[in-house]
Write a protein that binds this ligand. Structure first.
Ligand SMILES: [Fe+2]
Length: 250
């Protein structure tokens, strides 16, 4: 089988099937060869089984997100969660099949393919699901990064961390398209199903490795049927805060 050249890298779908289907349609129109999912397929929104089915149909690599863990591991004690968060996890657990739960449990914390790496949170301790919001957080992950490029999600805010190969200083950039031809990159691809950067559109990244020594990145924003996703949340009786987040992207 030939090496894929253009990957759609998607993360934090969070059971939003309307957003996921819009992203998959956009990625196919952009002629991607393969997909990679950075976790949190479930949690927050109201179509967890549908999203798992769609991702499994893609047959792509998937890493485990914190919500995938919470919703599939019965030993996770929900007393430690905010009541709203606990209620969504309980609802999700009730709405997944045994087979879906086993699939979530089977997901690895990291994957490496074609010279790049993927993790939901940070590479230094992927099982602890730490947040990389700033350069200090990213520095910890860079200590464990051996690849030129690593993709992550978890914060739902797309951005690029770049570590200079000589000075080892780390810069944080806003999402920007272009060649990854400088130091070492730790790139947040944003969220498909619950963006939190103030833009309600679904977010994902196209990663082009046609030239292995000069890979390119493109951030994409995609409109989707937010009203339909909201109707599902209302029907399921999930917290109103989840609806506000979809409309505001916060
Ligand atoms: Fe998430």
């Amino acid at each position: 089988m030939p090496r894929p050249k253009r990957f759609a890298i998607i993360s934090d779908i969070h059971a939003n099937i309307e957003a996921l289907d819009a992203v998959l349609a956009d990625a196919k129109a952009q002629k991607v060869d393969d997909f990679l999912c950075l976790g949190d397929v479930v949690g927050y929104n109201a179509a967890p089984a549908e999203c798992i089915q769609r991702i499994r149909e893609l047959g792509c690599k998937v890493v485990m997100g914190n919500h995938d863990h919470y919703c599939s591991d019965p030993s996770v004690n929900l007393d430690d969660f905010q009541p709203n968060a606990a209620s969504v996890i309980e609802w999700t657990r009730r709405n997944l099949s045994e087979d879906d739960i086993r699939w979530l449990q089977s997901l690895p914390y990291t994957v490496t393919l074609f010279g790049f790496t993927a993790v939901h949170s940070t590479l230094d301790s992927p099982e602890h699901f730490r947040y990389a919001f700033d350069a200090t957080d990213a520095a910890d992950s860079f200590t464990a990064q051996r690849s030129h490029v690593c993709f992550h999600g978890h914060t739902h805010v797309p951005c690029i961390f770049l570590r200079d190969s000589v000075s080892r200083t780390i810069q944080k950039w806003a999402p920007a398209d272009g060649l990854l031809d400088k130091g070492t990159y730790f790139i947040n691809v944003g969220s498909v199903g619950q963006p939190r950067d103030g833009i309600p559109k679904a977010c994902y990244v196209i990663y082009d490795i046609t030239k292995l020594n000069a890979p390119a990145i493109q951030f994409r924003r995609v409109d989707y049927d937010i009203e339909a996703a909201v109707r599902r949340i209302e029907l399921a009786g999930l917290p109103d805060r989840l609806i506000t987040r979809l409309y505001t992207g916060q």
